[in-house]
Design a protein. Structure first.
Length: 156
């Protein structure tokens, strides 16, 4: 059985993104009147009245800085919602934000895309399929409707 680690936006990265995001812009906090935004720092949906920010995030670039991978043209950045101030982070036994169809995008240790899968009901089985390929080092969980990055799952 393959073990894996769910990786939200880390607290140190969150602090940096609130100062200057991966597009070079400062965060603009706002109050989420309706709630429901998928927060990438704690991997839950925002509650009405929470202070959040929409920032630009480059998950492969940050992963490459840690691992030495060279994603080349696969390096992309996109919008993510985060808490506008400190966040307790995520910890939990269940896979987060699996309440809708998702896309799993598989990456090699070099940061190259190895494939993807549209996932409906059986998210754990799809994740197991992704990691059944020994070349897969990381899987990005993405929203279907906008293609946005939600979180990373790493082998090990």
């Amino acid at each position: 059985m393959t073990t894996y680690t769910v990786c939200p936006v880390p607290s140190g990265t969150l602090a940096a993104l609130l100062t200057e995001d991966d597009a070079g812009a400062p965060a603009v906090p706002c109050t989420d009147a309706e709630g429901g935004a998928p927060l990438r720092c704690c991997l839950r949906r925002s509650a009405p009245g929470e202070r959040i920010a929409l920032v630009s995030y480059a998950p492969l670039r940050r992963w490459a800085a840690e691992t030495g991978a060279r994603p080349g043209a696969y390096d992309e950045r996109g919008p993510v919602f985060v808490h506008a101030a400190g966040c307790p982070g995520w910890s939990g036994p269940r896979l987060p934000l699996t309440d809708a169809h998702r896309v799993l995008r598989r990456y090699s240790a070099q940061g190259r895309i190895l494939g993807g899968e549209l996932v409906g009901e059986d998210f754990p089985a799809a994740l197991a399929r992704a990691f059944s390929d020994p070349e897969v080092a990381s899987v990005h969980v993405r929203a279907v409707e906008y293609g946005c990055f939600l979180y990373e799952v790493r082998r090990g």
